[in-house]
Design a protein around this ligand. Structure first.
Ligand code: VG1
Ligand code: CO
Length: 543
């Protein structure tokens, strides 16, 4: 077997978005498309002679094929060792855990996360650096630059190898070690959480339902919840990863996890419900007839972290993405913790975590995690809640209601307009940006605008600057309207409208969310002209 050089030509638009390169499967199946991007990654990261690479994906259609290609290219690039999840499977958090634990040079994760899969669905690829986290913008920009000028790639002509049996194979001098995808991750979880307390909770008759949505969290959830912690068999539903996620949409929000929601609303509902997405980095937390807003979840975890072994010593600080509600800011203030606001996307938490400035991070998009790794972590968040339920003896709803009583409630909602015309989306944002300049001091409905801008982030660690990260209109009382375009969609554009207002009065904590935000929703429509620009009368998804 030998290494060969293959002539190729650039494809336009191989630009990584919020979380790697995501495209329709058909696009990835074009000749050399994946190879070009992988070669661009390898050019960008430089020589890796003898180094270790972590490799795996969420099991969606094209995963197995892509694994074989990347293995042959990694061998050609001089990697000495690949840690590959059995069957080509690794959740995003497990990949992050492995990179850190084994001091790997980096990792390649194959996933389009919460996007649908299958032959007509989406595929994706992202590179994580040696800290276990998503490639920072400077690196993804370099990768993109290489994709534009590529004229060859290098690959081994080795035959496909067996990726389903634990053990070692060699490809042109590179050791491929197929490992159990769950073991190292489960060991890390057992160090952070009180497994004994959670076991006792399940022994007492506590019932949970975890919906793995036929995605990669299934094997992790079964091994940890049913295996290590003794949850009754069947507590994990849709546990087998399927190439098309069973035709479902592996995005764990109350709209897509309809079956789980129905179970949690039923008369004999389990005590606790949860779900995760395609690559298992997201989490949805539910109580009986009750769903926890991700922004509230982050705030509750921050407020209660001292009850969990891994965080008993206290938090160094917290961070949230800009569109995430300010609920966690109130907790930080009460606890005297620094609180940082970053652009959307987990990569922006990396420097803060590496510098030891924050211990807990979260995004409104059902993403939460901590300094234990450099990705968001779905099963970790579920374990955190289980640990809190076990030691407090309270229900999910009780914990959240008590949180609101103590800190006040940040009513919060996100409205998505999916698959709109890209040009219309761009012109909406351009018009809105222009409008921002003159908004300060204006009275809009019951609110007065304090300031409006397009969020610009300067990283406090390396001073790198990220511009145009979302238009925000901030009111004098702290209420906010945020609009930005998604960087993960594959069809047209997706406009996200985020709405938030604070309510201190406990008597006003139980309004329906959309009603509580009605005033802001009307103002947002007036400012952005969503109906005029997009022709859409209603959002496609409201969370
Ligand atoms: C979305 C979310 C963002 C998240 C990203 C990746 O990005 O809003 O918070 O980090 O998905 O999540 P966008 O650009 O579409 O709004 V995952 O679980 O798809 O890796
Ligand atoms: Co994900």
């Amino acid at each position: 077997m030998s290494i060969v050089t293959v002539a190729t030509q650039p494809y336009a638009g191989q630009k990584p978005g919020t979380s790697g390169l995501r495209k329709k499967v058909g696009i990835f199946q074009q000749p050399n498309y994946l190879e070009n991007f992988v070669q661009a990654i390898f050019h960008a990261i430089g020589p890796a002679a003898g180094a270790t690479l972590v490799l795996g994906g969420d099991g969606r259609y094209h995963n197995r094929h892509a694994v074989q290609t990347i293995l042959r290219m990694a061998a050609a690039h001089g990697f000495g060792h690949v840690l590959l999840g059995r069957g080509g499977l690794l959740s995003t958090p497990a990949a992050s855990c492995l990179i850190r634990k084994y001091g790997a040079f980096g990792g390649i994760i194959l996933s389009a996360s919460h996007n649908p899969g299958g032959p007509d669905g989406d595929f994706g690829i992202k590179y994580n650096t040696g800290n276990g986290g998503p490639a920072p913008e400077a690196l993804t920009d370099t990768i993109y630059r290489y994709t534009q000028g590529i004229d060859h790639y290098r690959i081994s002509d080795h035959a496909p190898i067996d990726i389903d049996a634990i053990g070692d194979t060699e490809i042109d001098g590179m050791r491929v070690q197929v490992i159990d995808p769950v073991e190292d991750y489960a060991a890390l979880m057992s160090e952070l959480f009180d497994f004994d307390a959670i076991r006792a909770l399940f022994r007492s008759g506590f019932r949970m339902c975890f919906d793995a949505m036929h995605a990669v969290s299934g094997p992790y959830a079964q091994a940890i919840f049913e295996g290590h912690l003794g949850a009754p068999a069947g507590s994990v539903i849709h546990a087998v990863p399927l190439e098309d996620f069973g035709g479902g949409h592996p995005d764990p929000n109350p709209v897509n996890a309809a079956e789980l929601i129905a179970r949690m609303d039923a008369a004999d509902a389990p005590d606790f419900g949860a779900a995760s997405d395609g690559d298992a980095d997201r989490n949805l937390i539910l109580g009986q007839g009750f769903d926890v807003s991700p922004s509230d979840s982050l705030a509750v975890l921050a407020a209660q972290a001292h009850l969990v072994p891994g965080y008993r010593a206290g938090l160094r600080g917290v961070a949230r993405s800009m569109p995430t509600s300010c609920a966690v800011d109130r907790v930080a203030k009460a606890l005297g913790l620094p609180c940082y606001e970053t652009p959307t996307g987990w990569k922006f938490f990396g420097n803060l975590l590496d510098a030891g400035m924050v211990s807990l991070c979260g995004e409104e998009s059902y993403g939460t995690s901590s300094s234990h790794m450099r990705e968001k972590d779905g099963v970790w968040a579920v374990l955190f809640w289980l640990n809190l339920l076990a030691v407090s003896g309270k229900s999910v709803k009780q914990l959240v209601h008590e949180h609101w009583a103590r800190f006040g409630r940040n009513y919060y909602s996100r409205h998505d307009y999916e698959g709109i015309d890209s040009a219309a989306a761009q012109s909406l944002m351009a018009a809105l940006r222009e409008r921002c300049a003159s908004l300060a001091g204006q009275k809009l409905g019951d609110y007065t605008v304090a300031f409006a801008d397009d969020f610009r982030y300067e990283d406090p660690v390396d001073q790198s600057v990220s511009e145009q990260q979302g238009v925000r209109i901030v009111m004098a009382d702290g209420a906010r309207i945020v609009l930005r375009l998604s960087g993960t969609g594959t069809e047209g554009a997706t406009l996200r409208l985020y709405l938030e207002r604070f309510e201190a009065d406990p008597a006003q904590h139980f309004l329906p969310t959309q009603q509580a935000l009605a005033g802001l929703i009307a103002i947002a429509e007036g400012l952005a002209g969503i109906r005029i620009h997009t022709g859409r009368l209603h959002p496609t998804v409201i969370t």
